[in-house]
Design a binder for this molecule. Structure first.
Ligand SMILES: Nc1ncnc2c1ncn2[C@@H]1O[C@H](COP(=O)(O)OP(=O)(O)OP(=O)(O)O)[C@@H](O)[C@H]1O
Ligand SMILES: [Mg+2]
Length: 267
């Protein structure tokens, strides 16, 4: 579990996160949603220690990440996997070499062991056949999957993904979501995803934090969203007439289902 306790972050005079508290739950896909510029990436960078916070604290399974000695921080960082916005693969390296990179940096295993681990991860994301290809030779969805393989190669306890679906078609996006969800449950990881993608919200949102202008505006699950009365959240999620209609229909379905169950219970 990762806890954010009253974290504050700004750049010069400009305050980005005035005071955010939230919990990222273990074994769940935790989503941070919100419009462009609401502070999602800044919050994620603060969480992983790529940016220093100005106030408050961040706890990793109860350990104070903000105020711990540098060596302890490094130990936590080693348990963090990150998929950056836009995949951020090394263009001059093959898929296999990209996934090998964190092992070369941090693992003490033999070359044979490292290669076996790389293949295991590539197999997990169904990319074994693309091992010798370069990033320029594979599709956007495949690049994301290489990014995921690289993020999990060191068996992280915590997985962070910044916009894993940006630039992908809806079906490929759903496959990426499914993969992240499966891996999270399989290895009981604490996963945090920044996203704009409404399919992700509806399919994978075990726990959702909605950010509005740097503040936590709403928190709940994808099921709660259907019944939420929060106006800002509704404006953000159900932005079109089409989606507003879909929400109403879903609400009606859920009410009818409840009604049916009550009737069945009574009969
Ligand atoms: N290094 C930086 N220096 C100064 N301001 C920054 C820096 N990084 C981010 N900001 C500002 O912080 C605010 C939040 O940015 P952030 O990237 O977190 O938004 P976001 O919610 O991730 O948006 P998007 O959905 O477009 O990725 C923006 O106003 C941005 O200009
Ligand atoms: Mg961002």
């Amino acid at each position: 579990m990762i806890e954010l306790v009253n974290i504050k972050k700004g750049f010069g005079e400009k305050v980005i996160l005035p005071d955010v508290s939230a919990v990222m739950e273990t074994g769940k896909v935790n989503l941070i949603i919100g419009s462009s510029g609401s502070g999602k990436t800044v919050m994620m960078k603060c969480m992983v220690g790529l940016m220093e916070i100005d106030g408050g604290k961040i706890l990793y399974d109860g350990q104070d990440f903000t105020n711990m000695p540098e060596q302890d921080r490094k130990n936590i960082r080693r348990q963090i996997g990150m998929l950056f916005q836009g995949s951020a693969l090394f263009d001059s390296m093959t898929v296999e070499q990209n996934v090998m990179f964190p092992l070369d940096m941090f693992s003490t295993g033999t070359l044979k062991e490292k290669k076996a681990r790389v293949m295991e991860c590539l197999e997990r994301v169904q990319l074994k056949d693309a091992a010798k290809k370069f990033p320029a030779e594979i599709s956007g969805g495949m690049k994301k999957r290489v990014g995921i393989a690289r993020a999990i190669v060191l068996n992280p306890k915590y997985l962070f993904c910044d916009e894993p679906n940006s630039g992908l078609d809806p079906q490929t996006s759903l496959l990426i979501d499914k993969l992240i969800k499966e891996i999270t449950h399989e290895f009981n990881m604490t996963t945090v995803i920044n996203t704009h993608d409404m399919n992700t919200v509806m399919e994978s949102g075990d726990h959702i934090v909605y950010m509005y202008q740097g503040k936590k505006q709403w928190e709940g699950s994808n099921k709660d969203i259907i019944f939420s009365k929060d106006e800002k959240l509704n404006d953000f999620i159900f932005a079109s007439d089409f989606l507003r209609d879909a929400k109403e229909m879903r609400q009606m379905e859920m009410f009818q289902e409840k009604d049916w169950r009550n009737k069945l219970k009574k009969s």
